[in-house]
Ligand binder design. Structure first.
Ligand SMILES: NCc1[nH]cc(CCC(=O)O)c1CC(=O)O
Length: 310
């Protein structure tokens, strides 16, 4: 076994928390291995002020870390699973998925206790088309405005009174000790989460078989099955953060229940599908949900969104 493992991570507060979490887990499991962090700044972090969907999407957060894996500066990269592209491929591999934390979206406001209390015209900040479409559909009287930046930046924009409320992933707030900012957790019926939301994923070079086995004990079988089902939906629908697409699975009494959703950004059309089955058929359940969404017309929504914009 190697004496030292290096974890590549983005330098944001959330990314560091996540990398340190994996560091602690590995250190506890392998006290004789030295586990270090390599902090990198990614293109995604440098251009947070512009709309990410216009500059190249989620891959931006991952690429810089992959370079470190390729040239041997790092052994593993820790990501928020939801930021890991579904088309990840050789020489890279998503080797390990850790147990999921809270997967819901959170309602954050200084003035309102519930999303249902917001008055007509209230400005709600989110840059996720998935959240925007679902909010517009459920609460058509609200005004949805873009909100970018890391978690601290987004909260300070709320505190500056630029928004009546903002919507963020609960897991990120929990990890940064900001759970007290959450006024309530939005029910998954009102805002179906993004594929992988709330889970951490570890990326390695696919050739590192010994490393994969070393990481295996910190993975979670149930979350892995859910994530595979969710990511299959995104993959089949060509998902990225440019499309209003949600996929959420949970396991109860050994049965995996997967729900998927595709919407127009206005929220006027929303297609939903779901499927249930054993953990061993996660891919098939994902394919089933994606096919059902396509047969309802989801592919037309997605094709219209991917046309070049003037
Ligand atoms: N989109 C960026 C991002 N990637 C992961 C999280 C939070 C943690 C998670 O969902 O695992 C966030 C913040 C957010 O969406 O509010």
């Amino acid at each position: 076994m190697s004496e030292r493992l290096v974890i590549a991570t983005r330098a944001s507060r959330l990314a560091l928390w996540q990398a340190e979490h994996v560091q602690v887990r590995l250190q506890a499991l392998y006290p004789n291995v030295q586990v270090d962090l390599l902090k990198l700044s990614t293109r995604g972090d440098e251009i947070l002020d512009r709309s990410l969907s216009k500059v190249g999407g989620k891959g931006l957060f991952v690429k810089e870390l992959e370079l470190a894996l390729l040239d041997g500066r790092a052994d593993l990269a820790v990501h928020s699973l939801k930021d890991v592209p579904v088309d990840l491929q050789e020489p890279f591999e998503l080797s390990t998925i850790l147990a999921r934390a809270d997967c819901r979206d959170a309602f954050v406001s200084n003035r309102y206790a519930r999303i249902a209390e917001l008055p007509a015209g209230a400005i709600v900040g989110t840059s996720s088309l998935r959240r925007e479409a679902q909010l517009r559909s459920r609460f058509p009287h609200l005004q949805i405005e873009p909100l970018r930046g890391n978690l601290d930046t987004r909260l300070s924009k709320l505190d500056n009174d630029q928004y009546a409320a903002i919507i963020l992933a609960a897991a990120g707030l929990d990890r940064l000790g900001l759970a007290h900012r959450i006024k309530h957790h939005i029910d998954v019926e009102d805002s179906l989460p993004a594929a992988g939301q709330g889970a951490l994923g570890i990326e390695i070079l696919a050739s590192r078989m010994a490393l994969r086995s070393l990481l295996q004990p910190i993975g979670c079988e149930v979350t892995t099955a859910c994530a595979i089902a969710e990511r299959t939906v995104s993959k089949m629908l060509g998902g990225s953060c440019q499309v209003p697409l949600a996929a959420y699975a949970r396991v109860d009494d050994g049965v995996l229940r997967l729900r998927g959703l595709v919407a127009t950004p206005t929220g006027r059309s929303i297609y939903r599908a779901e499927a249930c089955g054993g953990l061993g058929i996660a891919v098939e359940l994902g394919e089933q949900v994606a096919s059902e969404l396509i047969s309802q017309g989801a592919d037309k929504i997605l094709a219209a969104l991917s046309e070049p914009q003037a």
